[in-house]
Design a protein around this ligand. Structure first.
Ligand code: SF4
Length: 507
């Protein structure tokens, strides 16, 4: 439904709409005229937004005496009036969430700090945008470019344009968080000035395209993932064939080149086009079992452990000797196959807002014991244990022994097996339905690691009543347990395939 029957009145552009327009003109058009076509943000995105709001609130601690313009998004006129009034008060040293409008664009500025101009008069302001990221990104410069154009257009004198972000080198030592060390402020005035030059022309183009009765004709491609995944991806790709050329794995250069030549599906790729081995497997589209799979499976020893970890990453660290965004392990699941067909399950979930790491490590080490291969499905488990070894010397020798027993089934499958339903992806979400169609995640309340992290954060760090807490605990345990049961089944089916293919037992 791309045709518009009538155009609604277009509200002022916001900075987020301007940034959407920089990513893709069609995205801007759909955000303004057809927001209902967007896929709602998933739990992981909601967690990022929640942490971003928390970070923004903490950032204000560094500007005592600042005044918050707390009028909501639907109180645009009131916010504009209050900002104008507050800024005329010379005793106000900083304004948070100030509202400004100029040339049909409305923005809220995170922090404006009153500054002394060259003449000593405190008439100029330092614009500071707060981000929960760990570095300055291109999109932040564009964000500040549109804001500074609007602010200066509205009559403000800006002495500097800055980005305030998290410093991941900060180590929290317990007690109160040192906000001065958690945040770093970078002056990006010059970098932003270069982008400001392009703002007026871009705004004119955006306003013109928004007057059209149909969205611009833009084919989905690289731009759809240039910021984060565009929320209109499902809408824009709903009519694409299952073997759309853009689904070819690896660099998108080749897919874009072939699309320009009129090749729309992977099956239409001419035989003489050079492809990588993984792209060739997707093109061939047949099941493939390497001769090495038998040997690889043979190296697995009983009792076989099948392990998965879940963790949470906090922008503002809460546990001593952790950094911002350091993954903190909170949960593990272990399905242990003592001998072929004899399975038992152990698990751990930390449910309190206290440091989970020691108890997590102690219980895991006990569950893994001294014997047998430990199957995982990523390099993440190894990285997590190495991180804990560095922090807690008492676990070093146990984890060193455990690391020698790891077998990464993700790597093993990548090297030795391919199924047409993988569509070039070796993620668990692609591999499991192809190899073990009877075992999925559709019946679970939590269906991905990112969702698990978001739910965990909500359960432990956000107020929840006990009924909600119990429900969340059950969902988290179910999800992690399903992940490790999936490993058991993956290994079992691969073993069967080897036996069928090569006619002898692999283990
Ligand atoms: S999915 Fe891609 S093509 Fe469609 S609106 Fe988003 S960025 Fe544009």
């Amino acid at each position: 439904m791309d045709e518009l029957s009538s155009l609604s009145i277009i509200p002022p552009l916001s900075k987020s709409k301007y940034l959407a327009g920089l990513q893709c003109s069609k995205r801007l058009y759909l955000e303004v005229h057809h927001p209902e076509l967007a896929t709602p943000p998933d739990l992981a995105t909601q967690l990022v937004l929640k942490q971003g709001t928390e970070v923004g609130r903490h950032a204000r601690c560094l500007f005592p005496g600042g005044v918050l313009i707390d009028e909501g998004p639907r109180q645009r006129e009131e916010a504009l009036a209050r900002t104008a009034s507050v800024m005329t008060d010379p005793s106000v040293s900083a304004v948070f969430e100030g509202a400004f409008q100029h040339d049909g664009v409305f923005v809220r500025a995170d922090i404006l700090q009153r500054d002394s101009g060259p003449d000593g008069n405190r008439r100029s302001w330092r614009l500071i945008e707060v981000k929960s990221s760990s570095r300055v990104k291109d999109i932040h410069l564009d964000d500040l470019a549109i804001q500074s154009v609007v602010l200066e257009g509205a009559g403000l004198l800006l002495s500097a344009v800055c980005l305030m972000h998290i410093d991941t080198n900060y180590v929290y030592e317990g007690g109160s968080v040192d906000w001065q060390k958690l945040f770093t402020i970078e002056d990006v005035t010059i970098a932003v000035a270069n982008r400001r030059i392009e703002v007026p022309e871009r705004l004119t183009t955006m306003k013109t395209l928004l007057q059209a009765s149909v969205p611009p004709a833009v084919e989905p491609g690289r731009q759809c993932h240039s910021l984060s995944q565009c929320p209109f991806w499902n809408h824009c790709t709903k009519n694409k064939p299952d073997r759309w050329i853009y689904y070819l794995p690896g660099s998108k250069d080749i897919a874009e080149r072939l699309a320009k030549q009129g090749i729309s599906t992977i099956d239409d790729i001419p035989a003489d086009v050079p492809l990588s081995p993984s792209q060739r497997r997707v093109k061939d589209n047949v099941e493939w079992i390497s001769p090495g799979l038998k040997t690889a499976l043979r190296s697995i020893r009983y009792p076989v452990h099948h392990v998965d970890f879940e963790s949470v990453m906090l922008a503002v660290p809460r546990f001593p000797f952790t950094r911002p965004y350091q993954p903190i392990p909170v949960q593990w699941s272990n399905h242990i196959e003592e001998e072929p067909g004899r399975l038992r399950h152990q698990e751990f979930l930390h449910t309190e807002p206290t440091d989970p790491r020691k108890r997590w490590a102690e219980t895991l080490i006990e569950s893994l014991g001294q014997e047998g291969t430990i199957c995982v499905y990523s390099s993440y488990e190894e990285a997590m244990m190495r991180q804990l070894m560095e922090t807690f010397s008492e676990f070093r020798s146990a984890f060193q022994s455990i690391l020698k027993r790891l077998c990464d089934l993700h790597q093993l499958i990548k090297e030795h097996y391919y199924h047409p339903q993988f569509n070039g992806s070796y993620s668990m979400k692609a591999v499991l339905p192809a190899i073990v169609p009877s075992l999925g995640y559709e019946d679970l309340a939590i269906q991905s690691g990112a969702q698990a992290a978001a739910k965990y954060y909500h359960m432990v760090f956000v107020e929840t009543d006990w009924v909600e807490r119990v429900t969340l605990q059950a969902s988290l345990l179910q999800y992690c347990s399903r992940d490790t049961l999936a490993l058991v089944e993956l290994r079992r089916i691969l073993q069967m395939k080897v036996e069928e293919h090569y006619g002898s037992k692999g283990t």
